[in-house]
Design a protein around this ligand. Sequence first.
Ligand code: NAP
Length: 307
Amino acid sequence: MPHSIALVGIGKIARDQHIPAIAGNADFTLSATASRNAEVGGITAYRSLADLLQAAPDITCVSLATPPQVRYGDARRALEAGRHVMLEKPPGATLSEVQALERLAAEKGVTLFATWHSRHAASVAATRDWLADRKIQRLHIDWREDVRHWHPGQDWIWEAGGLGVFDPGINALSVLTAILPEPVHLQKATLSFPANRDTPVAVDLTFEPLGDAPITAAFDWLEQGPPKWNIHIDTDAGNAILSEGGARLTIDGHETSAGEDQEYPALYARFAELIAAGTREVDLSPMTHVADAFTLGRRVITAPFEW
Ligand code: NAP
C-alpha cells in the first residue's frame, strides 16, 4: 500500500519538482494539498494544514514546500498529529527550531527528513569518491545567478529568515559538506546587504584551511546571463570542476560523470526508505555554516534592490 501524502505550499518548487516526483514514486500517493491560494487539479485541496490534518486522518505523510519562515509551525503541527514529515531546504528559519522538531519527531516515533536536494545531483557522489583518496590543495565555490530570473517576485527571500543569496548558496554548502573528507568551519565572511532589504545579495566566505588548502566561496545574486553553480577543486592528483549545481564532474578537462536531473525522485525514494526503517535524517551542517556567516560576517551595505 502506498503512503498517503499531503503537499503543503503549492508554489514554484511544488509544481516543478514535488508533484512529478511523487507521481513517479509507487511508494506515495498524493492525496491532498494545503495552500492558502493554490490547488492542484483533481487533488483534494485545503486552505491550511491544520484543516487538512483534522479532516484526513488517513494521510500519514506531509511534505512541506513552503518558504522557511513558515515551515516550523506546520512541521510541528504534522509531527504532533503523528505524521511523517519531509522538509524542503533550508529545513527552517533557525537551527534550534529544527532541533526542536527533531526531538518532537523522536518522541512521536515518526520520520523527519530534512532534505538537501543538491546532494542528489548526478555527480556529487562521484566527486566525494574521487576526493576520498586525494589531497585537496584548493577548493573554491563560485555560485552566481540572476535573482530576477530564478526567483521572480518572491519577496520572502528578501525578508528576515528568507536567507537572501544563501537560499541558492546553501545548496552549494550542502554539496561541500557532502564531498569533503572532513568537516571545516567558517573563519571569515563578508555579507553585502541591499540598503532596503533584510537579507544579503552577495556573500564571500573563507573557511578554515583543510591542511594548507584554502576553502572559499563566493555567492552572488546579480549575475547576468547563464548561472554559474560551480565548485573548483585542485588536488595533488588532478584538478576538478563540479559544475551545473553538481550535475557534471570534469577532471583535467575530461568529463567523467554526468547524468539527468533525478534530485527530487531521489529525495522521495529516501523518504520512503527512512519511513520503512523507522528513522530520521536531519543534517544541519549546511545551515550551520549559514548561521555562522550571519554571526561572524562583516556587513556591507550596497545599492537598494528593486525587482
Ligand atoms: P514560492 O513559490 O514562493 O512559495 C511556495 C508556496 O508557499 C507559495 O506559493 C505559497 O502558496 C506558500 N506560502 C505559505 N506561506 C507563505 C509566505 N509567508 N510567503 C510566501 N509563500 C507562502 O517558493 P518556492 O520557490 O517554491 O520555494 C519554497 C521552498 O523550496 C524554499 O525553501 C526554497 O528554498 C525551496 N526550493 C526552491 C527551489 C526553486 O527553484 N524555486 C528549488 C529548490 C528548493 P499559497 O499562497 O497558496 O499558500
